[in-house]
Design a protein around this ligand. Structure first.
Ligand code: UTP
Length: 261
């Protein structure tokens, strides 16, 4: 059973500057709630009981959001606006936080989670990928529980978008399920397919060994994709085409599409 999830939220959000100088991408509003609220809800709906959010110095807003605001609650009671109290509630799940001191990549953010997940298999949800409809993580956990192997979410994208994502090559196992053969980070030319990795993963604890073997890329980042590529050679990995609609809120058009749906 997958009970623990990691939400890495320590990146700079450079694609969404200048607003991300002061407002983390994970706090972008969607219908009055921040994006990360929906991702925590998805985790809870998928059976997760404990969450670790990886933050950075500039992301304390995220901790504040999931904490009780005692003054606000007392104020609403004092002025007889208790009907608004429900608007201050957040998903009922245990959340802890750890800081990544330098944004050295998604792979580095995950390495920091090892003491939290220990030997247990665990989920990862990227908070800038928002799913509407069936919780994508629940679909991955179903696969993990059937096969007991690592699994990542994928979606088919248009050709011009493939250069922005990790792209896989897979072998069809059953409808919407692929055995992973190859994964390439942001291919500039010749992507191995049009299936992109879309921000949900279930790993067994073996991933940490591979993360420790990955060397930083030219920008000094440890890429999760590189660790998956190494792990593929030794272990079985599946890619599941998730059925919900997915929006990358780090891309302005996608964020606007989500707001207008
Ligand atoms: P992205 O690749 O989208 O990076 O990270 P980013 O910094 O958020 O945004 P851009 O690309 O510069 O606009 C995917 C997820 O991994 C987290 C991010 O917060 C995001 O949720 N991340 C990334 C970390 O936690 N630490 C890092 O060092 C890098």
């Amino acid at each position: 059973m997958i009970k623990k999830a990691v939400i890495p939220a320590a990146g700079y959000g450079t694609r969404s500057l200048p607003i991300t100088k002061v407002i983390p991408k994970e706090m972008f509003p969607i219908g009055g709630k921040p994006a990360i609220h929906y991702v925590v809800e998805e985790a809870v709906a998928s059976g997760i009981e404990e969450i670790l959010i990886v933050i950075s110095r500039t992301k304390n807003l995220i901790m504040d959001y999931f904490d009780h605001s005692l003054e606000l609650e007392a104020f609403l009671e004092r002025v007889n606006k208790t009907h608004l109290l429900e608007k201050t509630t957040v998903p009922d799940v245990h959340i802890q936080y750890v800081r990544q001191s330098h944004a050295k990549g998604l792979g580095d953010a995950l390495k920091i989670a090892e003491p939290f997940t220990g030997c247990d298999p665990f989920a990862v949800l990227l908070p800038d990928d928002i799913y509407v409809g069936k919780p994508a993580l629940a679909e991955l956990i179903e696969i993990f529980e059937s096969y007991n192997e690592n699994v990542i979410s994928v979606k088919q994208l248009q050709n011009e978008m493939l250069k922005d994502y990790g792209i896989i090559k897979g072998e069809l196992v059953s409808e919407g399920l692929y055995r992973l053969k190859e994964i390439v980070e942001k291919p500039k030319i010749f992507p191995p397919s049009n299936y992109a990795v879309t921000g949900r993963y279930v790993f067994n604890s073996g991933i940490y060994q591979y993360l420790s073997e990955v060397l930083p890329d030219f920008g000094g980042e440890i890429q999760l994709t590189d660790a998956i590529q190494l792990m593929l050679k030794e272990e079985v990995f599946f890619a599941k085409e998730c059925t919900g609609d997915r929006y990358d809120i780090g891309k302005e058009q996608d964020y606007i599409r989500l707001l207008n749906r």
